[in-house]
Design a protein. Structure first.
Length: 319
């Protein structure tokens, strides 16, 4: 009886081994029938046809069932994460794959981008505290990626980033002379610094929320490209026509004296009640002064371009 039972056990073990080998054999056969290059090509086709979930399924199957080198594994992991993030807006699965890349492929050149995406996923999942922690950890691990401050005394901090007096002077130097002259005392410099920091914070927050990838933003950027290029050309050409740096506060004040009525308080009948002193309207006067100089240069430029390109406008054809 014992021998029969033992023989029965041996047969069961043999059958289990046979079943296992058959399964492995079938899987191996399937792999042989679908080469790795074809598998990846199919995933690419699904993606290009906007079948994003099907593309994810093929990429993950390609990732788990084929013998890939570490670089290829990291690339596919990053691609799957990006599909979840950018196309399917599934930030939990995107986060999982970015973290997979972070911890399984630490030598990948995609680490820096993956770290940014982890932060963006956490932001979109309303986990801002966790996002900030990742930012701080990343900065601590990779000091070379931290923005480098210019020489000078530290006058402010944005998180762990130091903002120095050299940074402030750099920002001030970017302003025209007449504007720099208006930022002279302590309070004015602090207000200017706050505006610079505010702009950086808004930009960083928008990036973390993925607004640079937002379809409306990207569409707007494409629409704006022509306008931006024209504006850049305009700036370059106008800078040849007028050099704002040569104008001082005295020039702005002279403009004010020549246009005092423009800054007058008037009653309901249009009668002047009071001429505002220069100190009260100095900022507005400066803006008007610059706009007038730029408009004059713009008019000269457009007139010259129209003549060069022989532009004709048939006014008689308009109703």
């Amino acid at each position: 009886m014992k021998n029969s039972f033992g023989k029965f056990q041996s047969q069961i073990v043999y059958l289990l081994i046979l079943v296992f080998l058959l399964i492995v054999g079938c899987e191996s056969k399937e792999k042989a029938n679908i080469p790795a290059a074809k598998k990846r090509e199919l995933a690419n086709v699904y993606y290009n046809q906007q079948l994003y979930q099907q593309a994810v399924d093929e990429y993950t199957d390609y990732l788990t069932r084929y013998q890939l080198d570490e670089k290829e594994q990291a690339n596919i992991t990053y691609r799957v994460a990006n599909i979840y993030f950018e196309r399917l807006h599934d930030y939990e699965n995107a986060l999982a794959y970015y973290l997979r890349l972070k911890y399984l492929y630490p030598n990948s050149n995609l680490q820096q981008e993956s770290n940014k995406k982890v932060v963006e996923c956490l932001e979109r999942l309303k986990r801002s505290t966790d996002a900030q922690q990742v930012i701080e950890q990343t900065a601590a691990l990779d000091e070379s990626q931290k923005p480098q401050s210019r020489p000078g005394e530290v006058i402010a901090k944005i998180g762990e980033r130091e903002f120095t007096s050299g940074d402030l002077q750099y920002e001030l130097n970017r302003l025209p002379v007449y504007m720099r002259e208006q930022i002279s005392n302590k309070d004015q410099k602090i207000d200017f610094l706050k505006s610079v920091i505010a702009q950086q914070l808004l930009y960083d927050s928008a990036k973390r929320k993925g607004l640079d990838k937002d379809k409306d933003v990207r569409a707007g950027l494409l629409e704006a490209e022509k306008s931006l290029m024209a504006q850049k050309l305009l700036e370059e050409e106008i800078s040849k026509e007028i050099n704002l740096d040569k104008y001082s506060n005295a020039d702005v004040e002279f403009y004010y004296k020549a246009n005092k009525d423009k800054y007058a308080e008037k009653d309901d009948k249009g009668k002047v009640k009071r001429i505002k002193p220069f100190e009260e309207v100095q900022q507005q006067v400066a803006q008007d002064f610059v706009q007038e100089k730029q408009q004059e240069a713009y008019n000269r430029l457009i007139e010259r371009l129209m003549q060069a390109e022989q532009v004709k406008i048939y006014a008689e054809k308009f109703n």
